[in-house]
Design a protein around this ligand. Sequence first.
Ligand code: SF4
Length: 281
Amino acid sequence: MNDRVEILCGTCPRHCRLADGSTGFCRARKAEGGRVIAANYGKISSIALDPIEKKPIAFFHPGSNILSVGSYGCNLRCPFCQNDGISQQGGDAVPCQTATPVELADLAMRLKDEHGNSGLAYTYNEPLVGWEFVRDCAKEIHARGMLNVLVSNGCASEEVIAELAPLIDAANIDLKGPSQDYYDWVGGDFKAVCKAIAMLHEAGCHVEVTTLIVPGRNDNDEDMDAVATFIASVSPDIPLHVTRFFPRWRMMDASPTPIAILHRLADVARRHLSRVLLGNC
Ligand code: SF4
């Protein structure tokens, strides 16, 4: 008899096969009792009331604040991760408080009256590795007439994106590079991210995209042209944030992106897109 039955996780293209009690590559999902659960459900590592522009979302309720929450875990391994303390760790290694979707939605509502809060943003770590919590919070937020904002790497299954899309009002999705070659470096799936951007846009969600420019990796005109061409194929009006790299995590020895390169690449993107902004400058 095989007592090592493995369960497939369908949340992202990694398709981890998990023996009961084991945790997936993202450190957030776990096989338990014959199914895969979000072990980070309701575990809040970070919470803050941020300007919506900080997400970054530039063209959706500008000037408003948004209650922003994160948990732990991520299904990518970008060497330049800016939030590795919560994204590249899991379980007891990340100090968390607990909150239910109702508690967070009620807090969001109180902050609406006191601080102009517009809703709830799912951010900081990768929210989609715990998509059930996003779904449950988003329903509570909509029931209170508030807005849901997703900040994600977009590397999830179509089923997850399809389930969440009607609940998400605005999203910023990373399109980290122009090809699967680039996504091999960060441990992701290029086509899945492109599909997520298209599906969210088609569902009526306000979508913005971020591309971090990493020196020596995607700082050439051809890569930016390919990124912008894809985004324009979904809609030329999708805003693109061309953002500056700073040394982080496994890339502490690299130099920040020269600002002149960001300006040059933004001009390349503007051949295809109507709204291109610089970030982290
Ligand atoms: S969400 Fe996590 S456990 Fe599921 S397939 Fe992706 S990395 Fe593996």
